[in-house]
Design a protein around this ligand. Structure first.
Ligand code: ZN
Length: 184
């Protein structure tokens, strides 16, 4: 019996609600359903040994992809997004990006963190700013997406915000637009 099987058998023996899964890093993981179970189970995992190689999550620091069911580290940047009908992991979004793009389109309250910018260029978007915008805690980092949106939105285009990178203090972002295809 390998370590994962041992953990699975332990969960079953004690009739636990905690469960084994795979996470967004591609690793085996365990999602603890309660403090009580995590106490008992984490002790067992230590006992099984370092080689058990499981990442550990609690219900409230992880999400589940509504599409493929993997566990997503809630602190991982750009690993998941909320769509209109649930939450999806990066891989599922990249397989079917249309629903995600819809949540970004003409929406200054949302920004792309998942789709590579090159893929947006391929479907007709262009970056409009030369220097990146900044929004954050530092002096001067006060570029406001709602203001920028009004600046670039026209009756014939769609606007998307794209986050280049982000840290706890500032978000560096771009604005992209695409001319709508005219039906003639
Ligand atoms: Zn998924």
């Amino acid at each position: 019996m390998n370590n994962i099987e041992k953990i699975r058998a332990f969960i079953k023996r004690y009739n636990m609600e905690s469960y084994l899964s795979t996470d967004n890093y591609g690793a085996n993981c365990i999602v603890y359903s309660s403090v009580k179970e995590s106490g008992k189970l984490s002790k067992f995992i230590r006992h099984v040994g370092e080689s058990a190689q499981v990442n550990e999550y609690y219900d409230d620091d992880s999400y589940t992809c509504d599409d493929c069911g993997i566990t997503i580290d809630a602190t991982a940047y750009g690993a998941s997004a909320r769509l209109n009908d649930g939450l999806a992991c990066k891989d599922c979004i990249l397989k079917h990006p249309a629903d995600y793009i819809e949540t970004l389109t003409d929406n200054p309250n949302n920004a792309n963190t998942i789709i590579p910018i090159g893929s947006l260029y391929r479907i007709g978007y262009e970056t409009r700013n030369n220097e990146p915008y900044y929004n954050g805690l530092h002096m001067g980092d006060n570029d406001n997406p709602k203001v920028i949106y009004k600046q670039y939105k026209t009756p014939t285009n769609t606007v998307i915000f794209h986050i280049r990178n982000c840290n706890p203090f500032t978000t560096k972002f771009d604005v992209l637009t695409k001319e709508n295809e005219t039906e003639e």
